[in-house]
Each structure stands twice: as C-alpha cells, then as structure tokens.
Design a protein around this ligand. Structure first.
Ligand code: PLP
Length: 483
C-alpha cells in the first residue's frame, strides 16, 4: 500500500450496510416530520441551550453519523423557519413537498455540476427551460436557467437589458455617463432597485411610477415620466412589469406595458416571482395576458410552485443577447470541445454569473412529472380562493379593516385601532398561524400571503380568530389602564 492510500482513505463508508440502515432512519424521520406538521407549533424560538450547541468547537476527530442526525432532530428540525406549516402565511414562501425532498436527495447523490459540459443533467435543465418557454408563450429557442431566486434572476435580466441598450462594449469599458432610464411601479420588489446599483446604473436611473387604486402601475403616469426623461435627453431602456406585487399581489397591465416598451424601444421584463406560475391556473392565467410579450421573465418555483428552496428561474426571449451579456471566451480552462465530456452546445455558465451550479432543475422536473400541471394549477387556484375567503371574513368583521384589494393570494388587513405589529408577533409566538406585516399608506398591515399548498379554511379561521382575540385583549388592556 502506498503512503497516499494508507494516510487518506476515501470518505466512503467502511460498511455500506450500516450507512444504508442509518440513511433509511433519516429518511423515515423526515417523512414522519412532514406528515405531522400540523401537530406541532409552526415556530418556536430556539432555546439558549440549543443556540449554544451551535457555538461549539471546530470538530477535529470523526463523530458518528447517528449522533449528528440525533442532534439535527433535537435542535434543528423542530426549530425551522415554519414555512412548511399549514398556518404559515408570512412573506411569500412555498411549503415544499416530499417529492421535492426526494429529488433533492437524488440530485445530491448524483452531485452533478451544471456549469456546463455534455451530460444528462444539463438536458434535464434544458427540458424545464423548453417547458417554461412553451408555458409562457416564448419562442422555442428562448434561453433560460435556474438561479438562487428571483432576486438574482431580476439582476441578470437588468444586465441583459443594460447591455442591449449600451452595447456589448459596456462589458469592456464599464458603465459611464449613464443616459438610460428604467421604469417600474412603486410596488416593485426591492431587488429591482438593488439590481440598478449592482449593474452600475444607479438608483437615480430608476423611476418608481405611481400606482392606481388596484396597486397596478399607472400607464398615464409612466408615459408622462418617459416623456419628461426624453425631453431631458435620457433614453428609456427597460420597463419592468410585476406579475404579483410582493405587498398586495397586484398584477400590472402587462399588455399595456408591452405596448409602451415596444413603442419606446425599451426592453420589457416581468418580475413573476410571485404570480407568473398562475399561468397554470385557469382562474389566474387570463390576468397574465401580455406576459408572452416579455423580453425576459423571472419567477420562483419555491413560491407557488411548492418546490423546496431554492429554485429561482430566468427565461430570456433572445438567447444570443442573453449569452452576449455573460459569456467570456478567454478562459482556456473552460474551453468547449467538439466532442467528449467538454462538448455540449449549452453551457449555463455562458448565461449567468455562476460557474459551478447544482442540479436545481431535477426537483422541478420531478414535481412537474409527478404532480402534473393540473394539480399544481389547482393548488394555485385554491390559494387565491382562500385569500378571497379571508377577505370576506375581514369584510364581515366590524373590528377588522381590509387595507388593499385582493388580486391574487395576498390579504392585507388590520385590527382597527390595534397595535397590529404586536398582534403579528404574538401570533408567531403562539405558533398556530404566522402572517407578516407591511406598511400601506403609512399604516401597519397584517399581511397574509397564502402560498402553501397545505393551508386550509381552518387555518384562515384560526388567523381571523387569533387576530380578533389579540386585538380585543389589547383594547381591554388599554381600557384597564384608563387610556
Ligand atoms: C419573492 C419575490 C422576489 C424575490 O425573490 P427571491 O426568490 O426571494 O430572491 C422578487 N419579486 C417578487 C414580486 C417577489 O415576490
């Protein structure tokens, strides 16, 4: 035996049968955990003892896999972020599925690097891209890829639009003396604002346009802003439409935006993180009309798609423009070959910021194959129905007030005269339901985003009952203090 073999055995197990038994226990534990979500609190704060165990010394010696698993089951699994629980309605988060988990396990076992080269995992990702192009009415040769989330996908889309407007030379010279302007509604997600500085264009070159009573971008206000910018010698280069705004779920008039973008020679990007997958729900799809005219579309499978984190996605109409923004052919160690493993015509590293990439596409492929579009669409339709049921309950309760129209699956409301932020924090600590908060017209709103496929009418009831009980308790306490 050579010295190399003696001193550094591989990390594979000595005994695969032991590992198999332990692995099956881990899988069973997680199935049990998922099957009993409703029986446990949605969230509980980690105890000081639990937190303390994660300020431990760096391990030098090996430990048993069973011990690490036991510690995970004791400390981590019961204290997760809560989004799988049927009562979770905070922010905008999906609930994950057992199928998604199993696909993640297979992807982890395969350990494929999807930066590029010629192998089947790339074909799976391209399959999902082709399916999405079909679903959203993009041309069959549109390009696309998985990214961490819509934040990154939006950033990439702004870069493609920037290079289209400024010319590919901007990659050599950097951005100077910016004369181009982007437009989005006031309700646009903060990641679009952040993308403006990350692309070197700057916040001053983003116009946040007034919204109408439905929280959709005002087309007359947009046209007025464009005219003012043109008069000042600036050029519109990008119009961002939102399909499901993060605050209230509003869907911009995508067709109207596409018309304006075409007329102005600007790129049209749709942030569909929240609502784009509504295209598979017969009740939502008609309201997304115009999405098929976008130059690029960002969406999240980890929200309404119910795929485990993370699974952001970008679709780009003009594959050549997409590639021009990201490809870099000077790296000798990444040379593409005519044949062999280094072959393959589509290398995702030419279309995004990442070189090494995991196999996110597999969990989406499994979800689509296993559930099918109809069932996934029905789940999305139900989230909207539940939101409507909540809006009806709010409208029927004199102590409650609806703070925004319900367009999709988000309901913003308040307990009249209550400390609504405290109500939400109390609900979190009680662990039955978890809405989040936002600010609308200067007021704190309780914001319930119904995204999880496990949420039922009983959870909507629990939210309403919880808010009413806490709001009344606050009022009684105020009265007792003589306020
Ligand atoms: C969630 C969300 C984002 C950000 O997406 P991530 O996947 O969290 O990066 C952007 N826009 C909208 C409308 C969203 O709802």
């Amino acid at each position: 035996m050579s010295r190399a073999d003696r001193n550094a055995p591989s990390l594979d197990p000595q005994d695969w049968d032991d590992l198999r038994a332990q692995g099956h226990r881990m899988l069973d534990d997680m199935f049990d955990n998922m099957a009993t979500l409703r029986e446990r609190p949605l969230w509980q704060a980690p105890t000081p003892a639990q937190r303390g165990r994660y300020r431990a010394e760096l391990p030098r010696a090996p430990g048993a896999l069973a011990d690490a698993h036991a510690q995970f089951m004791a400390d981590v699994a019961p204290n997760g972020s809560g989004n799988r629980h049927p009562g979770f309605m905070g922010w905008v988060q999906g609930g994950g599925t057992a199928v998604g988990m199993l696909a993640e396990m297979l992807a982890g076992g395969l350990d494929a690097n999807l930066g590029g080269r010629d192998h089947m995992p790339i074909e799976v990702e391209r399959q999902v891209v082709a399916w999405m192009a079909e679903l959203f009415g993009f041309p069959a040769d549109a390009s696309g890829l998985f990214l961490t989330g819509t934040s990154t996908a939006n950033l990439c889309a702004v870069l493609v639009a920037r290079d289209r407007a400024l010319g590919a030379d901007v990659r050599h010279t950097g951005v100077r003396d910016v004369k181009v302007v982007a437009y989005a509604s006031k309700g646009v997600h903060s990641c679009i604002v952040r993308a403006m500085d990350m692309t070197g264009l700057g916040w001053d070159r983003l116009r946040l346009i007034e919204t109408d009573a439905q929280h959709r971008i005002s087309l007359p206000a947009l046209e007025a802003a464009i005219a003012a910018d043109r008069a000042a010698g600036l050029q519109p280069f990008l119009i961002v439409g939102t399909a499901g705004s993060v605050d209230v779920g509003a869907i911009d008039d995508l067709d109207g935006l596409a018309d304006i973008a075409r007329r102005e020679g600007a790129a049209f990007h749709v942030d569909g993180a929240l609502g784009a997958l509504g295209i598979i729900s017969p009740q939502v799809a008609p309201r997304l009309k115009g999405i098929e005219r976008a130059d690029s579309l960002a969406l999240d499978f980890h929200k309404l798609g119910q795929v485990p984190y993370d699974a952001g996605f970008l679709l780009v109409r003009d594959a050549a423009a997409h590639k021009r923004t990201f490809t870099y052919s000077e790296a000798a160690y990444l040379r593409h070959a005519e044949r062999g493993l280094a072959g393959g015509e589509f290398w995702p590293c030419d279309y995004g910021p990442d070189l090494s990439r995991g196999f996110r596409a597999l969990k989406v492929w499994f979800s689509l194959k296993t559930y099918g579009l109809d069932a996934l669409g029905a789940v999305i339709g139900r989230t909207c129905d539940l939101a409507q049921a909540l809006a009806d309950r709010v409208a029927a309760a004199p102590e409650l007030e609806l703070l925004a129209p319900v367009a999709l699956n988000i309901v913003c409301f308040a307990y009249r005269g209550g400390d609504n932020a405290a109500i939400v924090a109390d609900l979190h600590e009680a662990g039955r339901v978890a809405p989040s908060t936002t600010t609308l017209a200067g007021r704190t709103a309780i914001r319930a985003a119904i995204v999880n496929h496990r949420t039922e009418l009983q959870d909507i009831e629990a939210l309403v009952e919880g808010v009413l009980a806490l709001g009344r308790a606050q009022a009684a306490a105020r009265e007792a203090r003589g306020a």
